[in-house]
Design a protein around this ligand. Structure first.
Ligand code: SF4
Length: 363
């Protein structure tokens, strides 16, 4: 008699696709060493066994003004509240130069849903930044969540808006702001933000415009395992659709954990073990995204254990106010962080900040 977990394991080893029942069986019954083994097997379809890559990056939070009111967010301030800010171009340049001075390769912008900013404001900013920095730095210009808000605010379709961003030199609109892509979850925690299909409509427009994008996921709020699975299922189906279309596809999946400090939602942070098991599940279940990224930003050195659970890439972060406000700590002792990878048999290599290997032609 073959048990559900044996059936699931056999499927991974044969390179067959897992269904929800397989995922449940692995999550509930597989021990850590089996999950590690299966994730490592699935990882080897795309990457040499001891290879791990990273970039040094900062997330610059250009404004904390936000009208979305997500209950899991410790960062935002509602318009008019004390302590709001919107960084000027000069202030941004100062911050970017400081990141570049300590070896930063990639700057990701992430801000709130500012009611006074439209698509033209962002395009002007990105145009000026690209003119100033050329190819010396890479940018994740914005997230899908910001893209959706600003497109609606400017009364532009996602297709029109993506075309304008492309014309302004934008290269990346990452999948950030996804948290858990499940409508029941979204209704509980951020009802004003967007619905799941809307998110994918926006991401489709971004990829069709020739911009790069990524998958993201955050665990550890109060989501059920079924809601996590809904997220992974929909993500995998979307990537299937992209591959079938022959157009741009998601180049990576980054998963991190919710930080509960100073938020309205509160709660407790998930354990490292749960995070690592979840990474393994991402690797074996989402079989069509080649790069799985582990989050040093939210798990520090422990994130590097994720390389043994299917991850192949990570960031060395230098700042991010959003997660730091909610309890994340950042170490600039990069060598100590990298040693955590070396100790478990990986040889971390700094990579180009441009799209991760294999998907260059598509981003
Ligand atoms: S998570 Fe983002 S969209 Fe939600 S309140 Fe915070 S800044 Fe606004």
């Amino acid at each position: 008699m073959v048990t559900p977990v044996q059936r699931a394991a056999d499927r991974v080893l044969r390179g067959a696709r897992l269904d929800r029942e397989d995922a449940r069986a692995l999550w509930e019954e597989a021990d850590d060493s089996l999950l590690q083994r299966l994730a490592t097997h699935a990882r080897a379809r795309f990457h040499p066994p001891d290879r791990a890559t990273y970039v040094v990056m900062a997330i610059l939070n250009y404004t904390n003004v936000c009208v979305a009111r997500c209950d899991y967010c410790a960062f935002y301030k509602f318009p008019g509240q004390e302590g709001t800010y919107l960084l000027s171009f000069e202030e941004l340049v100062k911050r970017i130069d400081a990141v570049a001075a300590i070896g930063g390769q990639l700057i990701g912008f992430n801000g709130g849903f500012h009611p006074d900013l439209g698509v033209d404001d962002y395009c002007t900013l990105f145009g000026r930044l690209h003119e100033r920095y050329g190819e010396s730095l890479a940018f994740y210009e914005m997230t899908i969540a910001e893209f959706m808000f600003v497109s609606k605010r400017s009364r532009l379709s996602y297709v029109e808006s993506a075309a304008r961003f492309k014309a302004a030199g934008t290269r990346w609109i990452t999948g950030g702001g996804a948290e858990i892509l499940d409508d029941a979850f979204r209704l509980r925690h951020s009802p004003g933000k967007y619905k799941v299909e809307d998110y994918y409509d926006a991401q489709r427009a971004v990829l069709d415009a020739g911009l790069g994008s990524t998958g993201t996921m955050v665990i550890g709020f109060d989501e059920s395992f079924e809601e996590r699975l809904n997220h992974l299922d929909r993500l995998r189906a979307f990537q299937d659709e992209r591959i079938a279309s022959g157009g741009g596809r998601l180049s990576s999946l980054l998963c991190w954990t919710y930080k509960p400090w100073n938020t309205e939602l509160g709660g407790q942070e998930v354990s490292t073990r749960e995070y690592l098991r979840h990474l393994a599940l991402c690797r074996v279940y989402v079989d069509n995204i080649r790069n799985l990224r582990t989050s040093v930003l939210t798990r520090n050195e422990a994130a590097l254990q994720g390389l043994a659970y299917g991850a192949n890439d990570f960031d060395l972060p230098t700042e991010d106010e959003v997660t730091q406000k909610a309890g994340a700590t950042i170490s600039l002792e990069f060598e100590a962080v990298l040693d955590a990878a070396r100790k478990i048999g990986f040889a971390p290599q700094q990579r180009s900040p441009w799209p991760i290997g294999g998907d260059e032609a598509r981003a």
